[in-house]
Design a protein around this ligand. Structure first.
Ligand code: NAP
Length: 331
């Protein structure tokens, strides 16, 4: 099969298209013929070993020390089940699915294996593979963090980084919960963020959220510039700070800060479940969740896709199309 392989940490050019062995599904695994994946912030971080301060040592067992441990990036896939392991009963060849591979990566290839009891579920019937895959990375992350906050109808939520993959999902999911949502983005994206349901959009170049006067029940930081020290005063008593991006110190101090402040402070990695993925699919099928796809690249143009993601300005998701799906699209 063709795969986008990186054998050294480095810039986008570290990734090359190579022939690789097609994986074989284990007893409890599903082999997916991948139609689409995304190039995400996680791919950028893994490829460049660009992790928040202090997390390099903790990330080493996952990413590798001297060279990449997983040579194919891509945390998410949308595709069709090609084969299943002997013990798999939930899926069968021909099923259209979406799945989160998480820290195992491997989605930037024509085939990928996923545990059958992992975060895999039927693809939304009303979406193309390219659109469906955009539910996975940002949608699951936003869903897990927001679930920790116990948002109530009318609750006031601030989403910092509202135009990215996690932020565009968070704005929509918080609105679904009945919250009053304020999104923070650059001055080029207020229309996008408002179109997802945000009640207010602040341009971070024009307004400092920490001094503009708003207070919130939940502050969600998808950028990394609203740590506890800056955000605490914005959060109402009993509220929550969701640190999607956090350095080691912030992760270690989160439980203590929660106890000391009476405000939930939560950070760290996310456990991805099929139930959360199925929840997003149901929303999408009922027309309550919109995909935000900035642009799509063919696998052959994977370096260009990484360059675009590295610029840090993507709107929602950048999709990578696999060769067979490109051919199908053109036919
Ligand atoms: N904890 C976890 O398990 C977990 C899971 C997934 C992702 N993450 C992390 O979460 C972060 C966000 O991921 P993502 O996929 O949403 O990234 P993304 O798609 O690259 O989005 C980041 C967004 O931040 C915005 N931004 C840049 N500077 C900003 C500022 N000063 N104020 C407000 N917004 C700003 C950019 O929008 P504009 O162009 O509008 O500025 C961009 O769209 C990444 O660092 C990722 O590694 C963590």
């Amino acid at each position: 099969m063709k795969a986008a392989v990186y054998r050294r940490f480095g810039p986008p050019e570290a990734v090359r298209i190579e022939e690789a062995a097609t994986p074989l599904p284990g007893r409890n695994e599903v082999l997916i013929k991948v139609h689409a994946s995304t190039v995400s912030a996680a791919d950028h971080r893994a490829r460049g070993r660009d992790v928040p301060r202090g997390l390099g040592v903790l990330a080493a067992p996952v990413l590798g020390i001297f060279r990449p441990r997983r040579r194919v990036l891509g945390m998410d896939v949308a595709g069709v089940v090609e084969a299943v392991g002997a013990a798999v009963t939930k899926f069968q060849p021909g099923d259209a699915v979406i799945a989160m591979l998480g820290a195992s990566f491997g989605g930037h290839a024509e085939y990928a294996c996923v545990p059958a009891d992992g975060a895999i579920t039927a693809k939304p019937r009303n979406m193309t593979f390219e659109d469906a895959v955009t539910l996975v990375f940002g949608g699951l992350t936003a869903r897990v963090f927001l679930s920790r906050a116990g948002i109530k109808p009318g609750g006031r939520v601030l989403v910092n980084g509202a135009s990215g993959a996690v932020g565009t999902a968070a704005v929509q999911l918080a609105k679904q919960l009945g919250a009053h949502v304020t999104g923070v983005s650059s001055g080029t994206n207020p229309d996008l963020v408002a179109s997802l349901g945000a009640d207010r959009v602040l341009d971070y170049a024009a307004v400092d959220v920490t001094t503009e006067g708003g207070t919130y029940d939940v502050v969600m930081d998808c950028v990394g510039n609203l740590p506890f020290e800056r955000a605490a005063a914005l959060i109402n008593p009993g509220g929550a700070l969701l640190l999607v991006v956090a350095d080691l110190e912030a992760i270690l101090l989160a439980p203590w800060r929660s106890r000391a402040s009476g405000k939930l402070v939560t950070a760290g990695s996310v456990t991805y479940t099929p139930e959360d993925l199925a929840f997003l699919v149901r929303l999408a099928e009922h027309g309550h969740y919109r995909t935000v796809r900035d642009r799509s690249y063919d696998l052959a143009d994977v370096v260009a896709a990484h360059r675009f993601v590295d610029a840090g300005r993507k709107r929602g998701n950048v999709v990578l199309r696999m060769p067979a799906s490109s051919a199908a699209r053109k036919s």
